[in-house]
Design a protein around this ligand. Sequence first.
Ligand SMILES: *Cc1c(COP(=O)(O)O)cnc(C)c1O
Length: 379
Amino acid sequence: MSSLFPTYARWGIEPEQAKGSWLISTEGKQYLDFTSGIAVLNLGHGHEKVKSAVANQLEKYWHVSNMFKSSAQERTAKVLTDVTGLGRVFFSNSGAEANEGAIKLARKATGKSKVVTCLQSFHGRTFATMAATGQEKVRVGFGEMLSTFDYVPYNDCEALAKAVDNETAAVMLEVVQGEGGIHVVEQAFLDAIKEQCEKHGALLIIDEIQTGIGRTGKPFAFQHFDVKPDIITAAKGLGNGLPIGAVIGKEELAEYFGPGSHGSTFGGNPVCIAAAEAVVNEIFTLEFLQETNEKAHYLMSELTKRLQGSKQVVEVRGLGMLIGIELTHEAQSTLEALQQGGLLVLTAGPNVLRLLPALTVSKEEIDLAVEKIGKVLSV
Ligand SMILES: *Cc1c(COP(=O)(O)O)cnc(C)c1O
């Protein structure tokens, strides 16, 4: 009998060790890991620069509080604001907490409460972010939700125009819906959001928790589009496995997050910020992102080629290293067959396989993954 709440349908694999894109189980089986801790290990397992940054900080001290000055928080925030064109950062511990912070900030800055999100979105598991999430399955059984959220179908400009009004504090969305099935936003929808936000004095929050930190080949995925968010949220890949998130907002919002307005005991913890600083300095370089883009294109084109004509595949889609393979059937059995064959992948909704390789994956590892996927799906 387990002493844990059964909140996760766990796999029968326990890791013993992991390095780069590889994971070895306690049973000695080797897996090529295309899950990256759910878009967290963008630099792969055991990245030396992150490891030494964390080890150095552990030697000095590993926690104080946010009453103390932090040059590491300042430096990391500067990198995040420089790369996004925004002005200020608040560090949290997780994605949901970053979204909570963003929602609070938008409500305080606008003096309004309503937040419009999208169906099939995923924004987290706390009370506000669960209510923000446009998926019934996340909310079922938890009683009455916060009533200040309204939902529109993704990429539906007309529904958006109806939902946004003078009570709206913010529109919040992912530019690629991750958990919701790897759906990429349309520029027309972003244009409609801009128009509605301007018309009604609402802010635009882009949830970059899964798509950010180089995952799509740009520092943040919104940079593939013509759009100017007021606030973005990051987490997952930011600490490469150390728990840290961030609310990144435009300079004009600074006055609404004054002393005592918001906070977190652990947010931006010295060890986690050491990891985050190493991560952003490694990923946000032209060379790194260029290489990521090349490998992502390679993966996408090899996959598309290999799966051409497969009766099990509806579509291969995605952005950068965030790739979905929509199947004609439930994806779980395919996920298990791939596991058997030594490749770890995720699902995104019932029918979509989700590939999240480390951005440091090699072409040889991509070839191997495509071969394993092809074997299972090309029949
Ligand atoms: C994972 C995720 C979250 C929640 O992050 P947690 O760290 O699990 O709280 C929120 N939004 C998106 C888009 C995510 O992918």
